[in-house]
Design a protein around this ligand. Structure first.
Ligand code: ZN
Length: 558
């Protein structure tokens, strides 16, 4: 069998890699030393191998005695071989070679997703069961507080390769200063590319009966073996190494896990134990506050509960949170306002391209009452002069358009709720949404503006790496030349650049002396400016005079 660069990879190499992987799992605390020998053999089984012996079998066996309950019966204990994490251990490379051996042994189909299923099955062998994770988390929470508990759970989720640190490291990220402060940009390169073989197989897959699990956010994913594109109902990722922490929000069963392809530090997901639709209301805003009561060092927010202005998954009630202070949270107040009957709630309009109200109070029930009032008024609010319509009638049915993207965090003993006003109305001029990225910005961003982007972190598609590289080439080739028409022709005739042509010409006019050492920053800042425009598009009350007057009118109706 050959792997990678063509060097032979035989049983001895497999034994070496599995042994090293077990050592890694012991050193990171995923596997108890007493389970090391068992783990070695169980990984072999997962990749269809029957041997040979681990090269360091003696150490694996000896290690079991260090922490064994029976060790007290002996006079002198053995010394652990796994006292410190292994320097320079290549987790991705090692797991990749072991997965390839499993494919060669016929355990899975020879596709990237097949390899991923084996790799995930192998990592599952090397980690604690869900109940053990929950118990350890509770112990850490009781002894060290919420941050110690999430520190441990996050590290465990990374070490077990559920959070794909190596893939996340491929993302390209930068910040640029804009009129709205520093905005954060990420070009997402971490999610696996779709394999052509998988796409072809998906076309042939039968789809009858119930889908299981119903979606990728269901609690039933914990331990799920995954399936390829050729299976009934198509591909579903392997989740054997997923550990969901049971938490209670609003008196209900919810789960907490980390995002495998995170865009910021400790990007976590809280999801309802029930597969049900997203809903933004007082009840779920209360659950956001319950969450920050449990984890005051995290923010938590919900996507809006309507298409266009919601996130990518509306079918499963869930929140996203994490340990990150977003640009929106750093934005100053543009002004204060008062809600009649809620003089105890500090209310501000945030100076932000989207239309965001910031409500703050120490009393969570009062804060929830105020937020629910804003939501109720906004859901029914229309102002045709600025394009806001609360509802329309389509095929005899009333369709609602207004909702809110809520985000909660703690500030000392205060609760803070950010309420981003959203409206998903469409027109013939803006068929994808009036308060959605407009057509002239689709060359950079066309997708929904979800919770994370509302807060000022753009998640941009991977195609931009190649396209922006091509734009860079044309800008440099025509630097210093006055012939804009020649640059325009070059951009428009290049399939990678045609959609960016108008924007790239603006960059060329603004930076006639663009040079190799300045080009990257100029393009990155240009992308950030487009993202600022995207957020302005998504704002229901613009920052011009009519927009501010319309906002004041809305606030006066509260
Ligand atoms: Zn679900």
């Amino acid at each position: 069998m050959a792997v990678g660069n063509g060097s032979a990879y035989g049983a001895e190499q497999l034994a070496h890699d599995v042994s090293k992987l077990v050592g890694y799992a012991v050193s990171t605390g995923l596997v108890h030393p007493g389970d090391a020998m068992w783990a070695y053999n169980t990984v072999l089984e997962a990749v269809g191998a029957q041997g040979p012996a681990a090269p360091d079998a003696a150490e694996l066996l000896a290690d079991a005695y260090v922490c064994a309950p029976t060790a007290d019966l002996a006079q002198a204990g053995p010394v652990s071989a796994f006292v410190s994490p292994q320097e320079g251990f290549d987790l991705e490379g090692t797991v990749g070679r072991i997965a390839a051996a499993g494919i060669a042994a016929g355990c899975e189909e020879d596709t990237p997703s097949g390899a991923d299923r084996i790799a995930t099955r192998v990592m599952n062998v090397l980690m604690p069961r869900p109940s053990e994770v929950a118990r350890r988390f509770a112990d850490e929470y009781a002894a060290g507080g919420p941050q110690a508990a999430t520190d441990w759970f996050y590290r465990m989720s990374c070490d077990s390769r559920y959070v794909r640190r190596a893939a996340i490291a491929r993302n390209i990220a930068w910040t640029s200063s804009t009129p709205w402060g520093e905005l954060e940009i990420t070009i997402n390169l971490s999610k696996p590319e779709k394999d052509p073989k998988a796409i072809a197989a998906a076309g042939a897959a039968p789809a009858t009966g119930e889908v299981y699990p119903a979606c990728q956010l269901c609690m039933e994913n914990e331990g799920y073996p995954g399936r390829g594109a050729g299976a009934a109902h198509g591909a579903h990722p392997a989740r054997q190494n997923l550990r969901i922490l049971p938490i209670t929000l609003g008196g209900e069963h919810w789960g907490l896990q980390y995002s495998p392809y995170a865009y910021f530090d400790e990007h976590c997901i809280a999801m309802s134990a029930e597969h049900r639709l997203m809903h933004v209301d007082r009840e779920n805003m209360g659950r956001l506050l319950d969450f920050v009561d449990l984890f005051g060092h995290y923010f938590i927010g919900s996507n809006a509960d309507l298409p266009i202005v919601g996130g990518s998954i509306l079918s499963h009630d869930h929140f996203q949170g994490g340990r990150h202070v977003f640009p929106m949270m750093k934005a100053p107040a543009a002004g204060a306002f008062e809600i009649p009957g809620f003089a105890d709630i500090a209310c501000e309009v945030v100076r932000w391209p989207m239309s965001v109200l910031r409500l703050r109070a120490a009393d969570r029930e009062r804060l929830l009452d105020a937020a629910a009032h804003v939501l109720d008024v906004w859901r029914a609010y229309s102002d045709p002069s600025v394009g806001i319509l609360a509802s329309t009638v389509e095929d005899g049915t009333e369709v609602r358009h207004n909702t809110i993207t809520p985000v909660a965090c703690k500030d000392g003993s205060d609760y803070v709720l950010y309420l981003a006003l959203r409206c998903n109305i469409t027109t013939s001029e803006h068929p994808l949404g009036v308060f959605h990225p407009h057509a002239e910005r689709h060359h950079i961003k066309k997708e929904n503006i979800g919770l994370i982007e509302v807060m000022g972190l753009a998640i941009l598609p991977p195609r931009l790496v190649e396209e922006l590289g091509a734009v860079r080439g044309h800008l440099l080739a025509h630097a210093g030349a006055d012939d804009r028409a020649a640059l325009a022709r070059a951009l428009e005739s290049d399939p990678l650049c045609a959609s960016h042509a108008a924007w790239a010409l603006e960059l060329a006019c603004a930076h006639p002396d663009i040079a190799p050492e300045t080009a990257d920053q100029i393009i990155r800042d240009g992308v950030s400016d487009v993202f600022a425009g995207v957020l302005e598009d998504a704002g229901v009350f613009k920052w011009d005079e009519p927009g501010r007057a319309a906002l004041d009118h809305f606030l006066a109706t509260l």
